[in-house]
Design a protein around this ligand. Structure first.
Ligand code: URA
Length: 216
């Protein structure tokens, strides 16, 4: 664990979760020229919006080293961020595409790629201090967008809130004790979009709400 201006970040060789560290070792052998480490947050720490995903995809964020970059879910997420003015430039699914986030930061509830895309409960809990530290170090934070239930629960735990007091729901808006507003969305995953649980229009509506709230 390192601290940079007291922001707690996992080491590139973090060993806190043995299963994830083993998986990383295997991936470093199979894909030696890829990032293969805990994926750092992307975007300015002074932003008003924090987007919290689940965990890096194997050949997406785990390869590129930038959240949602190279993952299917990133196509809808970054396209929407550009549409709503939360990103400038062209998204080319690579960490060096020059895309810049505007008033927005992106992180994951779990920083390392989990096998089968499924982190365990203890792994989610072990990564909790890093999420908590992100949140605590965003002085202008007003809105957290949770993509999916795992993110929703992780954000509540990071705030020391009772999970039973805030039910996850697409487009649900929760006022947290800290003054931060938590907004939920179904995750923009390939599964959710191909089953139409989440359509592009539904996802855009979430960002319409966020933009309106930040403008007021
Ligand atoms: N890529 C990420 O970085 N996070 C997700 O939740 C999904 C894909």
């Amino acid at each position: 664990m390192t601290t940079q201006n007291s922001l707690t970040q996992p080491e590139h060789d973090c060993l806190i979760c043995p299963r994830l560290a083993d998986f990383r070792d295997q991936n470093r052998v199979k894909f030696p020229d890829k990032f293969n480490g805990p994926v750092p947050s992307f975007g300015d720490i002074n932003s008003e919006l924090l987007i919290v995903g689940l965990a890096p995809g194997l050949k997406g964020a785990n390869f590129s080293g930038r959240p949602f970059t190279g993952d299917f879910a990133g196509e809808l997420l970054y396209g929407t961020l550009i549409k709503y003015g939360f990103a400038n430039g062209e998204f080319k699914a690579r960490a060096d595409d020059g895309l810049e986030l505007v008033n927005c930061r992106i992180t994951n509830a779990v920083r390392c790629v989990p096998p089968e895309n499924k982190p365990t409960g203890p792994e989610i809990n072990a990564c909790q201090p890093f999420l908590k530290s992100q949140i605590e170090h965003m002085p202008n934070l007003r809105i957290i967008l949770s993509l999916g239930l795992v993110s929703h629960n992780a954000v509540l735990k990071a705030h020391g809130e009772k999970l039973s007091a805030y039910k996850f729901g697409h487009e649900a808006i929760h006022q947290l004790g800290s003054g931060v507003t938590l907004i939920d969305s179904y995750h923009c995953s390939k599964y959710n979009t191909s089953t139409k649980r989440l359509t592009e229009e539904m996802f855009h509506d979430v960002f319409e709400t966020i933009s309106n709230r930040l403008a007021s």
